[in-house]
Design a protein around this ligand. Structure first.
Ligand SMILES: Cc1cc2nc3c(=O)[nH]c(=O)nc-3n(C[C@H](O)[C@H](O)[C@H](O)COP(=O)(O)O)c2cc1C
Length: 383
């Protein structure tokens, strides 16, 4: 149902977003990517079978999907019922979900994640403090493991220099496990103020060792993760998400442009598959502001495939592809609410609105797999 996007010079062929793109070993039939979206429906950190339906609804032949942020270890979690990939049980639980996506002919990457200080001791083994680049506590409130109560973010503990290789290993294990579960690759979560971003951003990182101070030092640990994960599963199976201009979870940087270009240049040396930047206009997870900043210099500096996300519509996505500002466009909220988004773009059909209230609830169907396909909308003719 709605899983094919047939393009030809007469229809999708003239829609830039719906043109094919070869990304390393992956022959994509179009450029409308499912952005990673936390849905908080993986009870006890174990992905559930309802995710097989959710992801397969959004899969198209030759499409590219990125699964939600998934913890690399038992210290990586900070939100209710988000999945993990560090145990055998979790790997097994992912398998039918990946299979369901592959059955539709789509490519599926897993976003691997460590929240760092964006956590509470209730999520941590033995109630320890969460880890970070620094001891600086995050203000605001954390959603507690029940998914209902709110609590403070706990004061983090700055990682000792000799503990860093263990976290690099955790990312490697997660990547290896993702491949074992059948995923085509991983997207390293280096965005939105989580652990890797906590090292990159100078409003957080106050270290005086080789992981603090200069851009080279602040980016050292994220690049060590990239290098190690690339060695583990092959660079053609590795992407990374970055939000140098973002301020999610108090993660501003004093020179985001320099950070964006430094990372794009450094990442090119590892020959990874793609880099996925959040548009500079997006400051929080999805709060947009007016800005003249662009990703043009980062685009120029990076040698692999380029993906952007943040506030894109069909029109802006087409513009980005047509002007060669990016190779791919990831859609979050519109794809969440429109399982057949590429097809709706093809037909220029109206979109279902997204319902914010059900983004993160634990219900296995509501706000998750019950957004209608075009055919199911009574006021539209059957296609
Ligand atoms: C419900 C929800 C969950 C999200 N979860 C993640 C996540 O797990 N990982 C991530 O990198 N970004 C996450 N984001 C950010 C999206 O991937 C995307 O960058 C953002 O929604 C902006 O794109 P959009 O305007 O197309 O929605 C989330 C956003 C939403 C709305």
């Amino acid at each position: 149902m709605g899983s094919e996007v047939h393009t030809s010079p007469d229809d999708g062929g003239s829609i830039p977003l719906l043109t094919p793109f070869r990304m390393g070993p992956f022959h994509l039939s179009h450029r409308v990517v499912l952005a990673p979206l936390t849905r908080s429906r993986s009870y006890g950190c174990v992905p559930q079978l309802h995710a097989a339906l959710y992801y397969s609804q959004r899969a198209t032949s030759g499409g590219f999907l990125i699964a939600e942020a998934t913890g690399v270890s038992d210290t990586a979690q900070g939100y209710p019922h988000t999945p993990g990939i560090w145990t055998e049980e979790q790997v097994e639980a992912w398998k039918p979900i990946v299979q369901a996506v592959h059955n539709k002919g789509a490519f599926f990457f897993l976003q691997i994640w460590h929240v760092g200080r964006v956590s509470n001791t209730a999520y941590q083994p033995g109630g320890q403090p969460p880890i970070s680049s620094s001891n600086k506590k995050l203000s605001g409130k954390a959603r507690m493991p029940s998914g209902i109560e709110l609590g403070d973010y706990s004061e983090p503990r700055a990682l000792e220099i000799d503990e860093i290789p263990q976290i690099v290993d955790d990312f490697c294990l997660a990547a290896r496990n993702a491949i074992a579960a059948g995923f085509d690759g991983v997207e390293i979560h280096g965005a939105h103020g989580y652990l890797l971003d906590q090292f990159m951003k100078d409003s957080i990182n106050d270290r005086t060792d080789e992981h603090g101070g200069s851009l080279e030092n602040r980016c050292r640990f994220p690049l060590e993760v990239v290098e190690a994960v690339s060695k583990e599963i092959g660079p053609e199976r590795v992407g990374i998400r970055l939000s140098p201009f973002g301020e999610h979870s108090e993660s501003a940087d004093s020179n985001p442009e320099a950070l964006a270009v430094y990372m794009a240049t450094a990442l090119s040396k590892y020959h990874i598959l793609y880099v996925h930047y959040i548009e500079p206009r997006v400051k929080g997870s999805f709060i947009e502001v007016h800005t003249h900043d662009t990703l043009a210099s980062a685009r120029k500096a990076f040698k692999g495939a380029f993906m952007v996300a943040g506030g894109h519509t069909r029109e802006s996505g087409d513009e980005v592809i047509e002007s060669d500002a990016s190779d791919l466009v990831a859609y979050g909220r519109w794809f969440l609410a429109n399982p057949d988004l590429p097809r709706r773009f093809l037909l220029n059909a109206p979109l279902n609105n997204y319902i914010r209230e059900t983004f993160y609830i634990q219900h296995p169907v509501k706000g998750y797999t019950d957004y209608p396909f075009l055919e199911e909308m009574e006021h539209l003719p059957k296609l």
